[in-house]
Design a protein around this ligand. Structure first.
Ligand SMILES: CC(C)(COP(=O)(O)OP(=O)(O)OC[C@H]1O[C@@H](n2cnc3c(N)ncnc32)[C@H](O)[C@@H]1OP(=O)(O)O)[C@@H](O)C(=O)NCCC(=O)NCCS
Length: 168
C-alpha cells in the first residue's frame, strides 16, 4: 500500500502558535546555512516581529491535517526601506518535516492576501548560498532584482544576499 501524502490546512497564524513557531524557526537557525537570521527568537519576539506585530501584513501557517502539527509558516511584513506597497516575505518549513509542498501551499495563500491588501509586489531576500531557498522562490515566480555583495555573518563570513521580486 502506498502512503498517502498528508493534507495541509492553511490558515492565518494565531497568537497561540508563537511558541511552536519559535521552536520550528530556532531549529532552522541552529542548523545554519539557509536563513540570514542568526539569533534564536523567543515566542514573544517572534510574534512581534513576524506573526502579529504592527508591521505584519499577513502570516499563514501550514497545519498537517492528520496530526495538527504546524509544518511551516510564511510571513509578509512591511520593511521600511521598501515602498509601502511591496511586502517582504520569509518562509520556513520544518527541518524534520517529511511533507513536500509546504512552502508552495503557503505562498498561494500569501499571494492572494497580498493582492487583496493592494500590494503590488513581494520581495524576498535570500542568502546567495541558500540554493534551496533561491530555487523555491524562483519556482513561485520570483525574478532576480538586486544583489547586495559580501554581507558579513556573525562569524565574519561574507555572503551575498540576492533580492528577488514577484509582481502581483
Ligand atoms: C525554502 C523552503 C521554505 C522551501 O519549503 P518547501 O516546503 O520545501 O517547498 P516546496 O516543497 O513547496 O517546494 C516547491 C518547489 O521549490 C523548489 N525547491 C524547494 N526546496 C528546494 C531545494 N532544497 N532545492 C531545490 N529546489 C527546491 C522545488 O522546485 C520545489 O518543487 P518540487 O518539489 O516539485 O521539486 C524550506 O526549504 C525552508 O524552510 N528552508 C529553510 C529556511 C529558508 O531558507 N527559507 C527561505 C529564505 S526566507
Amino acid at each position: 500500500m502506498t502512503a498517502m501524502r498528508d493534507e495541509l490546512h492553511i490558515r492565518d497564524v494565531a497568537p497561540a502558535d508563537a511558541a511552536e513557531l519559535a521552536d520550528l524557526l530556532n531549529a532552522i537557525i541552529a542548523r545554519g546555512g539557509t536563513t540570514a537570521l542568526q539569533d534564536p527568537f523567543s515566542a514573544e519576539d517572534l510574534a512581534k516581529t513576524y506573526l502579529i506585530g504592527p508591521h505584519v501584513h499577513c502570516c499563514f501557517v501550514a497545519v498537517a491535517a492528520a496530526t495538527g502539527r504546524i509544518e511551516g509558516f510564511q510571513t509578509l511584513v512591511r520593511n521600511p526601506p521598501l515602498p509601502d506597497d511591496i511586502g517582504d516575505i520569509a518562509t520556513f518549513a520544518r527541518i524534520d518535516g517529511t511533507q513536500r509542498g509546504v512552502g508552495s501551499a503557503l505562498f498561494a495563500a500569501t499571494k492572494a492576501r497580498a493582492r487583496a491588501l493592494g500590494l503590488t509586489a513581494i520581495s524576498a531576500t535570500i542568502r546567495a548560498d541558500n540554493h534551496g531557498g533561491l530555487a523555491f522562490y524562483g519556482k513561485q515566480g520570483f525574478a532576480d532584482y538586486a544583489v547586495a555583495r559580501a554581507i558579513p555573518l556573525k562569524n565574519g563570513e561574507a555572503v551575498d544576499r540576492i533580492t528577488k521580486r514577484c509582481l502581483l
